[in-house]
Design a protein around this ligand. Structure first.
Ligand SMILES: [Zn+2]
Ligand SMILES: [Zn+2]
Length: 168
């Protein structure tokens, strides 16, 4: 996804982390509203990433915990859904595609530059449930009158709305 040009720049150089065994660096970053929106994931509580880069015997690992409350709406009734995300991710950072294998575990950093905004937002996307519901038994919107059937009991009969005949 294309980044908004006004969004903050979260790219960091990881050259020394890649080169020096036992090298470590703390991760402590909050993604701003502009960036979260540019990835199509506005948040009520902005994504916060805390963790560590660590070069373990020549393999650079990135392990961090992501916390945020994304702005989600129920797939059925379109009401707000408050889901707090707290998830830990672990990536191996590589500089060549050969070893990356298109696996989400691997992050590709060809010029020893890593875009933390992109990493965090893509991880957030992966951690969202595929079906977003306000509650497991959400009744959804009435297909006839459009009322929220969780809160408004309407008397519509499903299937009888389809044809409107106008008489001259
Ligand atoms: Zn719902
Ligand atoms: Zn109805």
């Amino acid at each position: 996804m294309q980044k908004n040009s006004e969004a903050a720049d979260y790219r960091i150089s990881i050259r020394s982390l890649l080169l020096r065994p036992s090298e470590k660096k703390e991760i402590n970053v909050t993604i701003d509203d502009e960036t979260a929106r540019s990835y199509g994931l506005p948040c009520k509580e902005l994504p916060k990433a805390e963790g560590l880069f660590e070069n373990r015997a020549g393999v650079l690992m990135m392990t961090y915990t992501l916390r945020c409350v994304p702005e989600l709406v129920c797939d059925r009734c379109l009401s707000d859904v408050n889901t707090e995300i707290t998830e830990t991710f672990s990536h191996v950072i590589v500089t060549e595609t050969a070893s990356a294998d298109n696996d989400a575990e691997y992050l590709l950093a060809p010029d020893a530059m890593l875009d933390l905004g992109e990493v965090v937002m893509e991880d957030l996307r992966l951690s969202l449930p595929t079906k977003i519901l306000c509650k497991p038994d959400c009744k959804g919107l009435c297909p006839v009158c459009g009322k929220n059937r969780n809160t408004d009991a309407c008397t519509c009969v499903p299937g009888e709305q389809a044809i409107t005949v106008e008489f001259a």
